[in-house]
Design a protein. Structure first.
Length: 126
């Protein structure tokens, strides 16, 4: 209530709104392969391609191991080690401890930011 009173007291010229639209990961494409490394680790090696006109930053990936019925039985998080340039790509790796019942793996983009160089900062992440 105090914030509303402050805005009213400052008058119409002092307050402004900035609208942010949620970003979609539709411009980020993932490819990967998984391989067992020893008895207790799976290594997921892949690449991520940025099809947008803006660099992508702070990209966090989620890897999930799925059993025969599609239930998630293991998971891990991975980080793309650097910004992905506009129309560019980057490699990633995720190490996951399997439960033993995985039949397939799924990798998705958990969060990211598109950076608008004209505005000097990042946009909103999904």
């Amino acid at each position: 209530m105090a914030a509303l009173a402050l805005l009213v007291a400052l008058g119409p010229g002092a307050a402004y709104a900035q609208w942010m639209s949620p970003q979609s990961d539709k411009d980020l494409r993932l490819t990967w392969n998984s391989e067992r490394i020893g008895p207790s680790r799976v290594l997921i090696l892949g690449g991520i391609q940025n099809l947008s006109r803006l660099p992508a930053s702070r990209v966090i990936l989620k890897a999930e191991g799925l059993d025969e019925s599609g239930k998630i039985v293991s998971r891990a998080r991975g980080y793309v080690p650097r910004d992905i340039p506009a129309q560019g790509s980057s490699d990633f790796e995720i190490r996951i401890v399997p439960s033993g019942s995985e039949r397939q793996y799924r990798v998705t983009v958990e969060s990211f930011e598109f950076v608008d160089p004209r505005r000097g900062g990042a946009g909103e992440s999904p």
